[in-house]
Design a protein around this ligand. Structure first.
Ligand SMILES: Cc1ncc(COP(=O)(O)O)c(C=O)c1O
Length: 260
């Protein structure tokens, strides 16, 4: 129910004059019309709240709904795991190229790049690194435990992305540096590390993270710095993937602990 992806898609659809149907999995912690869900309403998306878990069963539901729309004479595009993710990943392959170009212009040579990634984002960065031949490390922090082999899945999506771009480069699971150490209890559950990362960035740089994705990824970066997995000479780029609206759906978790 706090999908940033769906909210952004609804906004982009409006810009393009497309009708957007979002299928949102019921959030166990809080089903208030808040954060991204509130924005989905404001954006006028067709919202259906479902209990289907993330994964293949959700794709089946989307296909069934698309069939109904097709039967009614509409032309739906289904953002399923197979079709949607390589398209999304193209943007993150381009984002890596853009980031490195900006770093070059600033005279900075990044050695590491950190990002919250569960699928397309990570796949795009990994295939982007391979295509560009960038020698730095792309460290992906996964916010969710998938019921499948995540590195293998990301390599497959990355390869579909390269195919979509008409480029010959291919990667394997060994090229995917992804960790699930900062998920905590589960997807969408606030961890002490993500809460600390949110407060630290807000209070030092005035940058707002979200507790589900960027907060956990930043918790991983902080942990690597504390435990010597990043050195003083390393030049680290953190890709902020957005997600700020979700903060408002985590009011209780975020306020409860700090008491401020
Ligand atoms: C804020 C934010 N960061 C990162 C991601 C990870 O994206 P992906 O699943 O494409 O890797 C998401 C996914 O929805 C997100 O909302």
């Amino acid at each position: 129910m706090q999908s940033n992806n769906c909210r952004q898609t609804a906004a982009a659809c409006n810009k393009l004059g497309l009708e957007c149907y979002v299928y949102l999995t019921r959030a166990a912690h809080n089903d208030d019309v808040q954060g991204n869900l509130l924005l989905d309403h404001l954006l006028g998306a067709h919202i259906t709240i479902i209990d289907t878990p993330l994964g293949p069963a959700l794709d089946d539901l989307l296909f069934a709904r698309a069939k109904e729309l097709r039967a009614a004479g509409r032309r739906p595009f289904v953002w399923d795991r197979v079709t949607g993710r390589p398209i999304a990943a193209v943007s993150y392959a381009l984002a890596l190229a853009e980031t490195l170009a900006q770093a070059r212009a600033l005279g900075v040579q990044p050695t590491h790049l950190y990002c919250a990634a569960a699928g397309a984002t990570g796949a795009g960065l990994a295939i982007g690194k391979a295509i560009l031949g960038w020698p730095g490390k792309v460290r992906l922090m996964c916010p969710i435990r998938w019921p499948w082999d995540t590195p293998k899945d990301l390599a497959e999506v990355g390869n579909a992305t390269a195919a979509l771009l008409g480029l010959p480069r291919r990667i394997t699971a060994a090229d995917i540096d992804i960790r699930d150490d900062y998920i905590g209890e589960g997807y969408g559950v606030v961890t002490p590390g993500s809460r600390e990362a949110l407060a630290l960035l807000a209070r030092t740089d005035g940058v707002l993270l979200d507790p589900v994705y960027t907060g956990k990824a930043m918790a991983g970066l902080i942990d690597d710095a504390r435990h010597g997995r990043l050195g003083a000479k390393d030049q680290v780029v953190f890709i902020h993937t957005g997600g700020t609206p979700a903060v408002f759906a985590y009011r209780n978790e975020l306020m409860g602990q700090s008491g401020e």
